[in-house]
Design a protein around this ligand. Structure first.
Ligand code: SF4
Length: 334
């Protein structure tokens, strides 16, 4: 799908045509212009020829059917992954990618291991959500939440991510509420400050995963360029500006970052966050490398230790491990 091309083609038509075409895409959720019956037959044929809107993808469903992964084939032959997560309460969360691969090479992450190919365009980001919106119409359901937790670091493709969000949030687009959209980052320098200045009430998740610089740099090489001291400064600025509650993500990796001492050290580190508008989300690690997930008792003890220090903690249930659709497992492979 190429929205710029669509605008160019419809420039010769009366002004309302573009609005009609957009409504057909975002509200009608058509996947072929022949379904846009409010447009003339000739125009529909031309659009199908010059601006097709079909999305080529392979679908993989988890055994419990709660996670579905799509491998989307991009026009230049590259592939990206996007995941649909069905929750018991009826929410349907779409996890989208922002880059093909990722240059930051975090050691726990399958995307990081594949290297960096390129940033995704605005259209390629929007298409991932459209793909699932169309898929869900078959079950008379809709996309309710969106998370940028797929392939890539969203702050390294900031402009395109924000433009895609604006299209998806627009009342003439998919009308996804900003409060239902989350961006997950490892805290690329400058990203939090830029986001703090946006007028939208988006959610932010910060992948911390360690209680000190040395430990963090072992799994997130980027930490050498942006220390925890700088990161906490940026977090404090973001919280002061937005007053929005931050989610701090912490992968529980066996024998690496899950000891009682590290829980205590983490609690001390987090006391530097001011205002203290945050909660910690512990995530059982989904193996893609030499690391192993922490056993349940260790996660429980870690959680208790943080709670004893008056820190809000939640634990994330992991979806879709059997189809490699869980966090950190996306690598553009079927
Ligand atoms: Fe990139 Fe995020 Fe994976 Fe790190 S965790 S390599 S930033 S996609």
């Amino acid at each position: 799908m190429n929205l710029e091309k669509l605008e160019n083609i419809l420039r010769a038509e009366p002004g309302f045509r573009l609005k009609q075409a957009r409504r057909a895409i975002y509200i009608g959720l058509i996947d072929d212009w022949r379904q846009a019956t409010n447009l003339s037959l000739v125009l529909r044929d031309n659009l199908n020829q010059d601006c097709p809107i079909g999305i080529e993808a392979e679908i993989f469903s988890s055994r419990d059917k709660n996670s579905v992964k799509a491998l989307i084939h991009l026009a230049d032959g590259l592939k990206i992954e996007t995941v649909l997560l069905r929750h018991a309460d009826g929410r349907n969360t779409v996890c989208v990618s922002s880059q093909v691969g990722c240059p930051l090479g975090c050691l726990f992450c399958a995307t990081g291991k594949m290297g960096f190919k390129r940033n995704l365009t605005v259209n390629e980001i929007v298409e991932q959500v459209l793909f699932w919106a169309r898929h869900l119409t078959k079950e008379k359901a809709r996309v309710t939440n969106l998370v940028f937790m797929g392939m890539g670091e969203p702050f390294l493709n900031y402009a395109n991510v924000m433009d895609a969000i604006k299209i998806l949030n627009d009342k003439d687009g998919l009308k996804l509420g900003a409060r239902h959209i989350s961006i997950s980052t490892i805290g690329v320098s400058g990203g939090l400050k830029k986001l703090a200045k946006e007028k939208m009430q988006l959610n932010l998740a910060l992948s911390l995963h360690a209680s000190n610089d040395e430990l963090r740099a072992k799994i997130i090489p980027y930490n050498r360029a942006n220390s925890l001291k700088n990161l906490i400064k940026d977090i404090n600025y973001y919280l002061e500006q937005t007053s929005r509650r931050l989610m701090i993500e912490y992968l529980m990796i066996d024998g690496f970052n899950d000891s009682p001492e590290q829980a205590r050290e983490l609690a001390v580190l987090l006391k530097n966050i001011d205002p203290p508008l945050f909660f910690v989300n512990l995530i059982a690690y989904n193996p893609v490398s030499e690391f192993k997930p922490s056993p349940t008792q260790k996660i429980f003890a870690f959680k208790k230790m943080l709670r004893d220090q008056k820190i809000d903690v939640t634990e994330r249930y992991s979806f879709g491990q059997d189809i490699k659709a869980a966090c950190g497992q996306l690598a553009g492979k079927s």
